[in-house]
Design a protein around this ligand. Structure first.
Ligand code: FPP
Length: 256
């Protein structure tokens, strides 16, 4: 199990967490295993999944949305407090216009089809990144979904839209400087993720071993888990496998 946090920037083990794992103490599972509160995923491999099947990339993204749906349900059932998904990066604007438009369409359809389920199941939607750069119809839908789920206090589904970690840190540093001294703590307090539990586990699918400008600050003490599974094939069992591996890790936060 984790040793004492070294500063306020490392995960506190004394705050509350989701119901299912809270059998011993917050952040501690049966037998003293580490229990993740906040998991983030770089959902990669939609294009390769489609290519292997001689299908258009758009079909890979559609299947990717089905994985998102399964994973949100699983996260809720597993008692996670937050699931953060990298859906559209600041670099994704470099993709062909048609693919960008497919991704926007999928996001809209996802919100329209799943919002009732989120509302009914106490899922709070949150966006990280500057989604205001998206088309107005996407912004309107996102804002309706944010407003409708704002009072929910079950799992938070944080979707990264037009998100880049370096951009987030720069924005946070500017806001921190406007308020007073710039320190790691004051920057942390201004990050898009400031109201989420500390990041415990960062997963990337599809065999790529990079962070790709995702949650760089938050990943300082997160555990990393990589899998060759392509995102459309990612199932709740894979999340369970990652959480089991996480439970066996010894987190020292720079201490001994
Ligand atoms: C990476 O696959 C995936 C993306 C850039 C987008 C992820 C988006 C979704 C799963 C759908 C929309 C999300 C939500 C939350 C509704 P890639 O295209 O880079 O795959 P490749 O590396 O195999 O080409």
């Amino acid at each position: 199990m984790s040793k004492e946090p070294a500063s306020s920037l490392v995960p506190s083990e004394v705050e509350g967490r989701g119901a299912k794992h809270a059998s011993v103490a917050p952040g501690v599972g049966e037998g003293g295993a580490c229990v993740a509160r906040h998991v983030a995923i770089i959902m990669d491999g939609n294009g390769r999944w489609a290519k292997k099947r001689h299908l258009p990339r758009a079909v890979g993204h559609q299947r990717g949305v089905e994985s998102v749906r399964r994973l949100v349900r699983a996260a809720r059932e597993m008692g996670l407090e937050a699931l953060t998904l990298y859906a559209f990066s600041t670099e994704n604007w470099r993709r062909p216009e048609e693919e960008i438009s497919d991704l926007m369409g999928l996001l809209k359809r996802f919100i329209m089809s799943d919002l009732d389920e989120f509302a009914a199941n106490n899922v709070r939607l949150k966006i990280i990144g500057n989604y205001k750069a998206f088309p107005n119809d996407v912004i309107d839908l996102v804002e309706q979904a944010l407003a409708r789920t704002a009072g929910n206090d079950g799992v938070t589904l944080a979707v990264a839209l037009n998100y880049g970690s370096q951009d987030e840190i720069a924005r946070a540093a500017v806001r921190a400087a406007e308020k007073g001294p710039v320190t790691p703590e004051t920057i942390s307090a201004e990050l898009d993720t400031a109201d989420l539990p500390p990041l415990d586990l960062l997963i990337r699918t599809s065999g790529e071993l990079r962070l790709s400008n995702f949650l760089l600050w938050q990943a300082a003490y997160a555990e990393l888990w990589f899998t060759d599974v392509l995102w459309p094939d990612f199932k709740p069992e894979h999340l369970e496998e990652a959480l089991s591996a996480f439970a066996k890790r010894e987190r020292r936060y720079g201490g001994r």
